[in-house]
Design a protein around this ligand. Structure first.
Ligand code: COA
Length: 352
């Protein structure tokens, strides 16, 4: 039976390390508050003007391609998951294709906008393409440059302290090896609370989904409306917003639910999980999930203290580090799970 295997993994984080203490220069916060609420000690910020989301993704992809032992021109499809794309359009997939210097032109490139669950959504899409025989070497990348879009005033502190920059990538290939590869993937969404963890502006909403005033829309006489109004700039409405308590409540419910769903479908149990890599949203969320599933410390991987929440990049960065640290071995059962903006969430089980 043909399945999808991970042939190579790589990650890249920018050099610049920003500690919690560093953030106190810009906003009223403290190392103690951030560590206690999120487990984060520091995060990385890319170098503005020299690095972008697609270049971070490219650095991670180069390592994944090398580890897969293939030439970049053997890649036949690119999937790029991010919420902090270089441009509103086109997406980062084509920019990475160019930056990687793939000379075999006209392969496909798909961008995925599923925020924290983007990597798992991308994995599921890639898995369908590989099992159908359509592609043989898919490059799946999760990358974020959050530092460009955060509000560094005290008003934005609840969101800003959580997020960091980075990228991770995997090369996915078909395998016929008995029992190996991606065993199952599960994807879910519920748009009821779409605005509760969101960057509303710039966008085409024109105030349609809610309070025009709140979202900074104004009738300015422009015949077709406009993505960014002066009011959005003046009222500081061009940064992400988050209802932290609602996100927390939903996350600790949906993470275990979607992990159990994957285990049930495959007839496996929580004891069978060698390593759970949860999206690195918040250490308290991971601790809740671990407790709810009854997993031991050695069964869960966390690195949020070093990088903060890197959204679509957090799972592949963690996979790459876990492999380097010897926490993932041949035949291990790896469980991936994510929850985030949308809300969207998902899980995957992979026999390595
Ligand atoms: N530093 C210091 N104080 C802060 C702060 C910061 N960075 N951010 C918020 N505060 C303050 C608030 O202003 C509030 O002050 P007040 O009581 O004077 O009004 C107080 O801390 C408590 O705020 P609250 O939002 O109720 O805190 P909380 O206990 O819910 O913790 C989160 C906030 C964001 C850490 C928490 O809700 C959470 O972890 N949510 C999930 C977020 C997440 O994982 N997001 C990623 C999803 S993929």
């Amino acid at each position: 039976m043909k399945r999808t295997k991970i042939a190579g993994i790589g990650h890249y984080v920018p050099e610049k390390c920003v500690t919690n203490q560093d953030l106190t220069q810009y906003m009223d916060t403290s190392d103690e508050w951030i560590q206690e609420r999120t487990g984060i000690k520091e995060r990385r910020y890319a170098e503005n003007h020299k690095e972008t989301t697609s270049t971070l993704g490219t650095r991670a992809a180069e390592i994944a391609i090398e580890n897969a032992g293939i030439d970049k021109n053997e890649i036949d499809f690119i999937i790029f998951a991010t919420l902090s794309a270089d441009y509103f359009f086109p997406g980062c997939g084509v920019l990475l294709q160019r930056e990687l210097g793939i000379t075999k032109t006209e392969i496909g490139a798909l961008d995925i906008r599923n925020q924290c669950s983007g990597f798992i959504y991308g994995l599921s899409v890639a898995d369908q393409f590989i099992r159908s025989g359509m592609y043989k070497n898919i490059l799946l990348v999760g990358a974020e440059m959050h530092s460009m879009g955060l509000d560094f005033s005290t008003e934005g502190r609840g969101v800003t302290v959580i997020f960091g920059d980075g990228a991770g990538a995997v090369v996915l290939q078909p395998t016929e090896e008995e029992g190996k590869g991606v065993l199952t993937t599960h994807l879910h969404s519920d748009g009821t609370n779409a605005e509760e963890l969101a960057m509303i502006n710039p966008g085409s909403h024109g105030g349609y989904h809610g309070n025009k005033e709140k979202y900074g829309f104004e009738d300015d006489g422009h015949p077709g409306g406009i993505f960014v109004t002066q009011k959005m700039v003046d009222d500081n409405l061009l940064a992400p917003n988050m209802n932290g308590q609602l996100v927390f409540k939903k996350a600790v419910q949906k993470f275990p639910e979607v992990i159990h769903e994957a285990l049930n479908v495959t007839g496996l149990k929580t004891d069978d999980i060698d390593l759970l890599i949860p999206h690195q949203a918040n250490l308290r969320i991971s601790a809740f999930v671990q407790k709810s599933l009854g997993l031991k410390d050695h069964q869960v991987f966390n690195n949020i203290h070093k990088y903060g929440n890197t959204t679509a990049a957090s799972i592949p960065i963690a996979m790459s580090e876990a492999l380097q640290e010897g926490r993932i071995k041949e035949n291990d059962l790896l469980c991936l799970a994510a929850f985030g903006s949308g809300f969207t969430w998902g899980s995957a089980l992979i026999r390595m």
